[in-house]
Design a binder for this molecule. Structure first.
Ligand code: BGC
Length: 728
């Protein structure tokens, strides 16, 4: 059997195994031979000298799905990894926090840090030293099956929140793993989709969050992606791994492969890949030893990788502490409170015609609930990030908790968007209808892209509900944008709730009755038409075709990787290459620059109160190289209930020598205010906020000239702007 075929067969077996894996934590703790009295550098060098080549090679490949080999002879215990960004997945139930896209909707750095720190603590409680998150791939197309696992469409927002996330996890002594490097912007055929991206677009859109993770947050690990980028697999892409990550960004941490995404031995070894996960197939003795003995790979290359692993492991104290930290807990009141807070702040009120929301709990006598997501809890999307929550709260349960006892909650079933006569009467006779539509972990998941339209006749269901009852509220569950044009005009109130984790039902119920005032803002744009999204012109024509696999049942999910290699090679380039021809015009950069009206703009989100943003001023009308300035303004809560506003600052280059997006987000601040309260916000801006990436000089350039700074509450709701002269 050829290496490649063997690999494919292995993947098949492995995928089946992984879904059922429960890694066990060895109870024994080892005492390292080279102890903590020595400096880390000395421990690393002495260990390296003591390891045999065989031991070193063994350490370059994972074990038991989520482990990294230890060396018991030297007192080095196994190091365990776990998914992922919404909670700890692989070691039994954990707290299911809001999905990263919902965290992004909070625009709240501090909240993201708190969530990540709680996840870090749960890692320690179950013996995990490396968390396989956060994922920071940009939402390029709305149907990417994993958009829910990422931080939206904007590189600045994603960078800021990735930094908070990584700092939060690492504050608990757990290494974070920023992933998937790079351009894993869709799941459709992810082992084969070759992203063709120009350098400026890479630097301005797809890489900033990775760079911030490395240079600002000091992430200890990075995971490469499945796909090729500009013709070379990410796991052996020298431009990305060696030239950029190692040399330009000076990344000293560990590069690990995504699970089964190494496709050869020498390429990844030389490009800078340290660890093949979940097992050393190409990083095995059979593959590496002959290369060393024939002098084709220097042993130093192996040493370099071991040095990086040991530096992180000794440096973080992984070898010096018991695997399980019994002072840490999984779940518990504090983590559930953080999960609830994240769920509350992730909710985006997209529309609230006539002030239908909040419902007055003392006036509403009967609420009808529609849709599967009302009784099941869509805690997260599907795939490797799905956390098994111990006690998820559904919306039905949440409503029963927040409503007074006299209020009835009735659940109405539909058959593919159709409602029976008796049920229609129940909807008509209710004071309000809450239609829970959208996706769930089965149909929005890692491994395949999802459809653009709502599934299961839900658009029809919404239209029917609105016809029967004008107090219909739609609660949308999705990791990104979805078709709304065919029903949104009839709906008076709409909430985007993404995937809010295990406290989802409670947070949504509180928002419906006004016990929680929504404050989330969209971290991506919502379009009127599918074709309004720039990326879809350069993407597979029918992404939902992959969801055909769903109809085959759970087994089908594992068939994703099973295309025989020969079939891949026969694929014409046009069926493998995804040209990112829209360049930097992704999301609102495209909508704004091409004057396309979005359905709901990036940064949009309503509240039950109103805010006023006024008095915008600059600390100086000019800026010189190396200087920083401050943009100040006053935010006032003009309504009669507490709420939070996100003040957003966008920069427009008025005199650029290259085509640039109309405006780009460069600063933001979330401000919580009591009724009637005002607060000054001060946003800092440096010259990097004025720069674009110039591929000719291979550098960031801020060109002297005029810039306009826009301050607002969304990318389209701009309250004021001022000009700035950059003097260079
Ligand atoms: C995913 C990664 C994940 C890994 C381990 C892969 O399928 O792409 O994000 O960390 O599995 O479960």
């Amino acid at each position: 059997m050829s290496g490649r075929r063997w690999k494919l067969a292995y993947i098949r077996r492995h995928e089946i195994a992984r879904d059922n894996v429960q890694p066990t934590v060895p109870p024994e703790s080892c005492t390292p031979v080279f102890g903590p009295s020595l400096p880390v550098g000395a421990r690393v060098e002495q260990t390296l000298a003591a390891l045999s080549l065989e031991e070193k090679i063994t350490m370059l490949g994972g074990v038991d799905s989520m482990g990294i080999h230890g060396v018991p002879r030297l007192g080095l215990q196994r190091v365990w990894c776990s998914d992922a960004s919404a909670g700890v997945r692989n070691f039994g139930p954990g707290t299911a926090f809001a999905a990263p896209v919902a965290l992004a909707a909070s625009w709240n750095r501090d909240l993201v840090r708190r969530v990540a720190s709680a996840i870090g603590e749960e890692c320690r409680a179950v013996g995990v030293s490396i968390l396989l998150g956060p994922g920071v791939n940009i939402a390029r197309v709305p149907t990417c099956g994993r958009n829910f696992e990422y931080l939206g469409e904007d590189p600045f927002l994603a960078s800021e929140l990735a930094v908070s996330y990584i700092e939060g996890v690492q504050s608990r002594g757990v290494a974070a793993t920023v992933k998937h490097f790079a351009c894993n912007n869709s799941e459709y055929d992810r082992h084969r989709m070759n992203a063709i991206v120009d350098e400026r677009t890479l630097r301005e859109i797809y890489l900033p969050a990775f760079r911030a993770a490395v240079q600002r947050a000091g992430t200890h690990c990075l995971m490469s992606s499945y796909n090729p980028v500009n013709g070379a697999y990410a796991s052996e892409n020298r431009t990305l791994l060696r030239d950029l990550l190692r040399k330009a960004w000076d990344f000293r941490g560990i590069v690990m492969s995504d699970w089964n995404s190494v496709y050869s031995t020498r390429g990844p070894l030389e490009a800078g890949m340290d660890l093949e996960m979940p097992r050393g197939v190409f990083y095995s003795r059979e593959q590496i030893e002959p290369l060393i003995h024939e002098g084709r790979v220097p042993v130093d290359l192996v040493d370099e990788k071991i040095r990086r692993l040991l530096t992180v492991f000794y440096g973080m104290g992984f070898y010096d502490r018991p695997t399980v930290d019994s002072s840490c807990t999984v779940g518990g009141d504090a983590h559930l409170a953080t999960a609830l807070e994240a769920a509350r702040q992730g909710i985006v009120l997209l529309k609230n015609q006539g002030g239908l929301l909040p419902l007055d709990p003392h006036r509403v006598r009967r609420i009808a609930l529609l849709g599967r997501n009302a009784t099941e809890t869509p805690t997260g999307g599907g795939g490797s990030s799905r956390v098994r929550a111990a006690n998820p709260i559904s919306l039905e349960q949440g409503l029963r908790q927040v409503l007074p006892s006299g209020c009835q909650v009735v659940v109405v079933a539909d058959r593919h968007g159709r409602i029976s006569g008796a049920d229609a009467r129940r909807l008509r006779d209710s004071d309000a209808v809450v239609a829970c539509v959208g996706f769930d972990y089965r149909i929005e998941s890692e491994s395949y892209d999802r459809r653009w339209r709502l599934p299961d006749g839900q658009a029809r269901l919404v239209r029917r509900a609105c016809a029967l009852n004008r107090n219909t509220v739609v609660v949308l569950t999705a990791g990104g944008d979805v078709e709304t044009q065919s029903w949104v005009a009839r709906v008076p109130a709409l909430l985007h709730t993404f995937y809010l984790g295990e406290r989802s039902g409670q947070a949504i119920a509180e928002a419906l009755v006004g016990a929680n005032n929504p404050s989330g803002k969209l971290p991506f744009s919502m379009a009127r038409r599918w074709s309004d999204h720039a990326g879809v012109a350069n993407y597979v024509r029918r992404p939902e075709r992959t969801s055909k696999r769903l109809t085959l049942g759970p087994r089908a999910r594992r068939l994703v990787n099973d295309w025989p290699a020969a079939r891949l090679e026969r694929l014409p380039r046009e069926r493998r290459d995804v040209r990112y021809a829209e360049g930097v015009f992704v999301g609102y950069r495209h909508f704004d620059s091409r004057d396309i009206e979005p359905q709901f703009a990036f940064g949009h989100g309503l509240s039950y109160t109103t805010f006023e943003l006024s008095g915008m001023r600059l600390s100086s009308p000019t800026m010189r190289r190396g200087e920083e300035l401050t943009v100040a303004a006053t935010v006032r809560n003009c309504g009669c209930r507490a709420g939070a506003e996100v003040v957003q600052l966008y920069v427009e280059d008025l005199e650029s020598s290259v085509e640039r997006p109309r405006k780009e987000l460069k600063a933001f601040e979330r401000v919580a205010l009591q009724a009637g309260e005002s607060r000054e916000v001060a946003l800092r801006l440096g010259e990097e906020a004025l720069s674009f990436y110039d591929p000719l000089t291979r550098s960031w350039v801020a060109e002297p000239g005029r810039f306009r700074l826009h301050l607002g509450s969304s990318s389209r709701a701009i309250a004021g702007n001022v000009e700035l002269e950059y003097l260079g």
